[in-house]
Design a protein around this ligand. Sequence first.
Ligand code: HT7
Ligand code: ZN
Length: 844
Amino acid sequence: PQPVYLEDYTPPAYLVDAVHLTFRLAPNTTRVLSRIEFRPNPDATSRDFFLHGEALTLISARINGAEIIPEVTPQGLSAIVPDAPFTFEAEVEINPEGNTALEGLYMSNGMYCTQCEAEGFRKITYYPDRPDVMSIFTVRIEGDTPVMLSNGNPTGSGAGWAEWHDPWPKPAYLFALVAGDLVAHPDSFSTRSGRHVDLNIWVRPGDEDKCAFGMEALKKSMAWDEEVYGREYDLDLFNIVAVDDFNMGAMENKGLNIFNSSCVLSTAETATDANFERIEAIVAHEYFHNWTGNRITCRDWFQLCLKEGLTVYRDSQFTADLRSAPVKRISDVIALRARQFREDNGPLAHPVRPESFIEINNFYTATVYEKGAELIGMLKRLVGDAAYKEALDLYFTRHDGQACTIEDWLQVFEDVTGRDLSQFKRWYSDAGTPRLHVSEEFNNGRYTLHFEQKTPPTLGQEDKQPRLIPIAVGLLSPNGDEVQPTQVLEMTEARQSFSFDGLATRPIPSILRDFSAPVILERESSNAERAFLLAHDTDPFNKWEAGRALARAGLLAMMTEGAAPDAAYLDAIARVARDDTLDPAFRALALGLPSEDDLAQALFDAGHIPDPQAIWDALETLRDTRAEALESIAQDLYSRYQVTAPYRPDPDQTGARALANAALAMLSRRDGGTRAQAQYDAADNMTQQLAAWSCLLQAGAGAAATEAFYTQWKHDRLVIDKWFTLQIVQTAPDRAAEVAETLTRHPDFTLRNPNRFRATLGALTMSPAGFHHASGRGYRLLADMLIRLDPLNPQTTARMCSAFETWRRYDPVRQGMIAAELDRILATPNLSRDTTEMVGRIRG
Ligand code: HT7
Ligand code: ZN
């Protein structure tokens, strides 16, 4: 397959004024009748008429009522058409039941549903399946299911049929249809201009009691978008449907969002605090797309970050407003480093706006989403809150109803501020994470920070020009007072210095506060200074960062110098744990340790070959030592932070449970799991039950709970996903692959459900010491399963291949084993385009 290039963009030859679709639903033989009103695009450079279409059986086609015999290939249909507006009609047959790729129209547990982003509509009917062709959709559904839904507003229904009309022009990727035996959890919302909106969450019968939290999240999102961005909802109806078999989290189809059931269904008994928070964020994310994505969409898929980066940024703001802003920022940076920095540092590195792709589904990445969101945050920091608001207002009025580019986005900021943002644009075009080196000097009351920025070469981008980096800096005096409040330095050169005058003593700098730019900060520091910042920094992010750096330095010394666990770290972290003035959720985060992957990269950067088992051993030693050193603190926290009130997934209770369960994890290393067993037996919610079971497994005392958990929850797919995952992540490295392999033979394991595949194989890759075990069994198992999954579901297969992306940092034996597995995958006959592209890029 040939790559597509951003620079080759040409406008569509024909525009679509209206499209009428009729679906005659049948599991294996659904008929789709289309009537599409085309008109030549005055801006086009060609008059060739081509409609995308894949896996369709063409029954008939007509132009202006006259039957035609078009030229049909596996990619689509071409025909000779009039040089004036015309009507194109077609009838095609498709097979939803046989569609295991979960793209286009497919069936999940007897329910018909669609997934059209990015290029799935072409599996439903012949159409110009590109986001810059926006049209008004009218849909008729015929079938024998009780509920039949599509986008927009219902316009009529009767026995065996329903009709829908969406008044807002949209690209085909936002089309949706759902039909099945569904029940609604209804509610309503009044917009600030007084529009009454009916809201529903549609679920399978039996799941009605799992919708209340998602519905509250939806109403909060609607109110927040009005208040913060001035954006109102624009239809009389907003539907959400929960689907069990889904490739990703959720999809923002106009007026008919479709959700992976794991991202919307919840009860106290079945979902953890983390699940609740994720559900709230995803409901918000999809809702926010109504303006950033749907009303203003992307001109082409290279512009994906235009909607995704902005919408991730908006959902982060929403969570920060509703919950704790510092805790949200720290959690986001942990995730950014774990997924995006890792991607940017390996063979899958690509710009936030890629310049070419073979399969667009492979570019729904942490770089496009999370780094894309970081770019919005940097812009806001650079122009200030007021100008950001003005620019967004201008964006919404200027581009409503359009398919836009990153140039359009940056232009509104330039117009509002008068700034030239051409240097900032490099953040969109250049791959790789900049390394920001800093050294300092103090002379006669003048303190100077010398910065140097360098971005390592990435494939096809050898030399990188300096970027505009906003660096938020504060200064502390040695007694802990802040002598320079946060100031944003704008670095534009490869090397640049900034001075602060009038200082009585050499200050301690707090650099990159709030993680003001997605860079790797390189600075010589001492453990004493890290402990000082952990104790005194007024910036919560850098306070947490100092603790993390202290832990990492200690772990690296253990691995490279055979040092004992660092007493300075144990001391400093004990002080944080005991400090009741600090938010419990912050303290729980501070008690976290660098991940195995994080340490592997740190070792690699320091010139060592990381040994996954040695990393795991060092972490275990530190955890054991810390459990001993902090035992009485842990006892105190565990008893004081028990939540006795009825379960609520709110920030206060969530923070208290996080801290108490961090304490339980320490205590279980001392008491063999006695307290964890008591918590397991008494738990009335999943957060407490899962935390307790996890501690029991860790303490080697989890067998009874493992059995009891399965017996209690075997009827609930989402909870059983947790059962698969936890057993694997809590198994010691030498047996993790074996346990995962055994679970792939469990009767509840299936390749047809992406959640279950991720719960099992994804869990193995989340345990680096197990996945990278010297036996190579982890690599073999993953490759075997990817080869089996690929013919069924290429999208999920390709995404999971990224487990191999860090392979070049390991020793020659591991590299040899991984290369052999990658080659085995690549040699598989009929390997999908998705997986071929991913494995090819990883293999290099
Ligand atoms: N815009 C959506 C991205 C998406 C997707 C979702 C579900 C299944 C397949 C998908 N392909 C692309 C989700 C979002 O970012 O909101
Ligand atoms: Zn999105």
